[in-house]
Design a protein around this ligand. Structure first.
Ligand code: MSP
Length: 634
């Protein structure tokens, strides 16, 4: 049986569109997956989406849609983006899938059987942004300690997990597995956190509907983090009859996560697994953040970068390269278009692109469009290539991608230097296509083949292009010297790999067109024309009847007079701020030509407008004096 490697990304929240933070984690996971496959591992690479919880419920309500519809829409965008970025995941799990829910139920069943779950009442400060409770002592200025989100006092009955019983077991496990968390500095933080004492964890919510019902108690849903973490095993069939994948791939070799969610993966998840009698993952890597102006990007700060325009203009490879080369894996790094372009021009257009073009032009000319007829045994370039390959492998194994790439670029520089030193053009002039010339050019081409093989995990499409020109197929992609076939026709010249980009022209253009698109997308504040605005039909309506939608805490069903023949039925998420009785007779503003939607089984044919306060509660918009129902608003 071959060696296996199971790698996961976090599953992404669907309350917002993906940005570079999400792209980064997934690209890194893809690079590792491709590298491991290349090294002969049977890889299972999992990614997916985290679709339950208050964050999603609120975002959906704010957008006047259902959580499931919002999730479906954002998931579509993720699929598209992963295609654009050449991500080779083997599975995409969604927490709303039945297979996942079965896994969560099984985990809870096992934890209950182990005697680790009890019911008690709970009160604490809850941050909806982080989906977590914080003790009073951890709050900063009355807000959540990490991001400064608003917190709210929540009190309710809840199921608890006996996390406190796992403090010693976790510390013992950490002691026996010094590689469990990387980088080491993060491991130390985790250990200190556990040494500081663990409190039992509330793992159900009675106040929330959008989640997996607690097994045997419909009044509660499972806490999102218990739900989310289970994806790593439910995707392998845990909780179902078919445990083949689970038997083959669990425990995971690597959970790749951002440093903000390390504690969930290194403390809670291992404790849940211990309780359920399951093996623990082998390693968790907590990578750093991409910063914009020295701050973490987040939707709430409004400084999110979505470099869709870079992917549109350059394709996936340059961005993948930038991610891996610019960030020292584990630390934070700044993102900017300037830094991206600088790397593009220096490392790709100039470094890789020019060296490849220069060498290939000579090879084509000297050997009639074929690879050189004679290979070469020993040479300085071979020595360099072998030293670089060894260093590359070592760095890739320890996830020091920037070092691995640095090594590859050293080999490129060595090829350049070798060509200048040997001056093959002089030899060709003097001797024609001689044996000596053949050996020199063989060394150059073989080095470039190795460069392509080594860059493959990071820039798959560029590597394939180079390998196609060098006529080396996949079987020959091993990282050993001497695989280049002699005297075979080279593949066609497809032009420069990375055309140089003029920075000034790029920024001028970015500002005028693409950048505007990028900006609009990134700030989620697109400009609309007056014509576009005109398509939205806003009308004053009078509420005739109002009642709560059964089983829903927030939804209210309204019949509204819009001056049409029949009253309109509208469902609005305002039930936590308004009693149905107080709505009757009110004048409100309605988007009258919105596509109908069904919310909890009730059709809504329009949307009312309300201001949204910081805590998400709505305040209805109403005309400042009495106007007849059906009056237009503009
Ligand atoms: N849903 C949870 C994870 C559950 S895993 C069982 C979650 N989702 S997330 O969408 O908010 O974040 C997913 C990943 O994106 C995290 O690893 C996070 O660190 C990463 N990033 C989000 N913003 C980031 C940057 N600005 N930079 C780098 N990565 C960051 O957390």
């Amino acid at each position: 049986m071959g060696r296996t490697f199971y790698i996961t990304t976090p599953i992404y929240y669907v309350n917002d569109l993906p940005h570079i933070g999400h792209m980064y984690t997934t690209v890194v996971a893809d690079v590792i997956a491709r590298f491991k496959r290349m090294r002969g591992f049977e890889v299972f690479f999992l990614t997916g989406t985290d679709e339950h919880g208050q964050k999603i419920e609120r975002a959906a309500r704010d957008q006047g849609t259902s959580p499931q519809a919002l999730a479906d829409q954002v998931v579509g965008r993720y699929h598209q983006l992963w295609r654009q970025l050449a991500i080779t995941h083997d599975d995409f799990i969604r927490t709303t899938q039945e297979r996942h829910k079965a896994g969560v139920r099984e985990l809870i069943r096992r934890m209950t059987e182990a005697g680790d779950i009890y019911k008690a009442s709970y009160e604490g400060w809850y941050c909806a942004g982080c989906e977590a409770f914080y003790p009073e002592t951890q709050l900063k200025d009355g807000r959540c300690p990490d991001f400064g989100h608003a917190v709210e006092r929540l009190g309710e009955e809840s199921y608890f997990f006996r996390l406190s019983a796992y403090q010693e077991k976790l510390l013992a496990f950490f002691g026996e597995h010094p590689d469990f968390v990387r980088p080491t500095s993060r491991f130390n933080e985790v250990v200190r956190f556990v040494e500081g004492g663990l409190k039992d964890l509330s793992i159900s919510r009675a106040s929330l509907r959008w989640g997996i019902p607690w097994p045997g108690d419909d009044g509660h849903v499972v806490y999102v983090w218990v739900d989310a973490l289970t994806n790593y095993v439910s995707a392998l069939g845990f909780g179902s009859q078919n445990l083949d994948l689970f038997a083959r791939f669990w425990p995971a070799d690597l959970h790749l996560v951002g440093k903000d969610i390390l504690r969930f993966h290194c403390v809670y998840w291992p404790a849940f697994l211990m309780s359920a009698g399951l093996p623990l993952p082998k390693q968790v890597f907590g990578h750093g953040w991409w910063l914009k102006d020295e701050k973490k990007m987040s939707k709430s700060l409004g400084n999110v970068v979505r470099p869709d325009y870079l992917i549109r203009q350059f394709g996936a490879d340059p961005l993948r390269y930038f991610f891996l080369r610019e960030m020292t894996f584990g630390q934070d790094a700044n993102f900017s278009d300037e830094a991206f372009l600088a790397r593009y021009n220096a490392d790709l257009a100039n470094g890789l692109g020019n060296t490849f073009a220069r060498v290939m032009a000579m090879a084509r000319r000297y050997f009639d469009g074929k690879t050189p007829p004679e290979a070469c045994g020993e040479s300085v370039l071979r020595t360099k290539a072998e030293e670089v390959t060894a260093r590359y492998l070592e760095s890739m194994e320890t996830y020091e991608f920037h070092r691995a790439l640095e090594a590859v670029w050293e080999l490129l520089a060595a090829v350049d230097g070798y060509v200048t030193e040997k001056a093959p053009w002089g030899l060709y002039k003097a001797e024609g296509a001689s044996q000596r010339l053949s050996r020199i050019m063989y060394n150059c081409l073989e080095s470039l083949r190795l460069v392509a093989v080594m860059t493959y995990p990071v820039m798959p499409s560029t590597a394939e292009k180079i390998l196609a020109v060098l006529r080396t197929d996949r079987d020959r992609q091993q990282m050993v010297w001497g695989m280049l076939p002699v005297a075979v026709s080279l593949g066609p010249d497809e032009g420069p790999l990375f055309p140089r980009v003029d920075e000034k022209a790029f920024f001028a253009e970015v500002n005028v067109s693409e950048g505007q698109k990028g900006q609009e997308e990134s700030q989620q504040d697109p400009l609309v024309s007056i014509e576009e605005f005109g398509k939205i039909k806003l009308v004053v309506g009078k509420v005739l009847t109002a009642e709560r939608v059964p089983k829903s805490q927030k939804l209210v069903r309204l019949e509204v007079d819009l001056g049409e023949e029949q009253p309109r039925q509208i469902v609005a998420g305002i039930g936590s701020s308004y009693q149905p009785e107080e709505l009757v007779g009110k004048l409100i503003v309605v988007v009258a030509n919105l596509k109908p939607a069904t919310l909890m089984g009730v059709e809504s044919r329009g949307m009312l407008l309300a201001a949204t306060l910081a805590d998400g509660s709505p305040v209805l918009l109403t005309p400042e004096k009495e106007v007849p129902p059906g009056s237009g608003v503009r």
